[in-house]
Ligand binder design. Structure first.
Ligand SMILES: C[S@@+](CC[C@H](N)C(=O)[O-])C[C@H]1O[C@@H](n2cnc3c(N)ncnc32)[C@H](O)[C@@H]1O
Length: 282
């Protein structure tokens, strides 16, 4: 989180925000309905999440942080729409300064990533076709309902599956979306109900973070282990958890009488295998 806070505290970032707001003052005055307020609040929130995960893809926001950020952006929108269009930016500067202090305080209080040092590990999103191929989904039986964990801002794999005729599709991510079935939630705080999913997918998301916590010995290791088991428990018999990258040390601990495991090779060094774990009995 420190790298994001450093970025936000940076003077250039501050001046960029002031300039962007100054250039769009006339637009904010048109924000005059609850729907428009909510829509701009959501866009600003998503813009921040994008900056966070592009700065460090392992940023993980708690529900408390997500709620506090939304309340803060809502307040910002309320302030912006009242600024006169001919303001000489002194009011904008004042509002931005206050907003940034509160924004940084919220991020500092975030439950996760407390120990993270200076890092620059940007996050990427991939096309639906690319994810479909890398997860080897044409070689697996995909039962519904289907959940994509860490589906990304544009939930491109779900859109691709929809085009292919699937309909009972859901996603979770830290980004907000107006799309039905896409929930804004941290995966640690989402409750995967027992025996409720036909397929759970995670492309370069949950297992990538889990694997990293094992390599770095991070404080979230235990959380990941419990959540991983909760995900498996949430499959109904015959359902699959399909993800990349595989985490061989973890899959090796699974009870072979309950789960059948298939690996798909993506790279010669086997560092980016996809794994399909099918639940064969409760
Ligand atoms: C590398 S992107 C991959 C997105 C998508 N699966 C794809 O392949 O295009 C990882 C995604 O995981 C999400 N993410 C990271 N930590 C998360 C968490 N703790 N809870 C929910 N989503 C998280 C990020 O917001 C980001 O959208």
């Amino acid at each position: 989180m420190q790298s994001v806070i450093d970025y936000l505290e940076n003077e250039t970032t501050k001046q960029t925000i002031i300039r962007m707001i100054g250039e769009n003052l006339h637009l904010y005055q048109g924000i005059n309905t609850e729907e428009k307020i909510q829509s701009l609040t959501g866009s600003l929130y998503n813009y921040l999440v994008m900056e966070c995960v592009q700065n460090n893809q392992y940023i993980s926001l708690s529900k408390q942080t997500i709620d506090a950020l939304n309340a803060l952006y809502r307040k910002l929108v309320q302030h912006l729409r009242r600024i006169p269009a001919d303001d000489d930016v002194s009011l904008v500067e004042h509002i931005v300064a206050q907003h940034r202090v509160q924004l940084i305080a919220i991020l500092r209080n975030n439950t996760y990533n407390k120990r993270q040092e200076q890092l620059f590990i940007p996050c990427a999103e991939y096309t639906g076709l690319f994810q479909y191929q890398l997860l080897h989904l044409d070689e697996c039986v995909l039962k519904q309902p289907l959940l994509d964990v860490g589906c990304g801002r544009k939930h491109q794999l779900l859109s691709y599956l929809k085009e292919k005729g699937f309909s009972d599709l859901f996603g979770i991510d830290q980004y907000q979306s107006d799309e039905t079935g896409i929930l804004c939630s941290n995966w640690f705080e989402y409750h995967f109900l027992p025996s409720s999913w036909g397929t759970i997918l995670a492309h370069m998301s949950f297992s990538n973070h889990f694997r990293r916590s094992l390599i770095t010995g991070g404080p979230e290791d235990g959380l990941y282990r419990r959540k991983y088991q909760e995900i498996l428990d949430s499959l109904f018999v015959g359902g699959c958890f399909i993800y990349t990258p595989a985490i061989k040390t973890v899959e090796a601990t699974l009870d072979a009488s309950k789960y059948s495991i298939t690996y798909f090779v993506n790279l010669e060094d086997r560092n980016l295998d996809t794994v399909c774990i099918r639940k064969i009995r409760e």
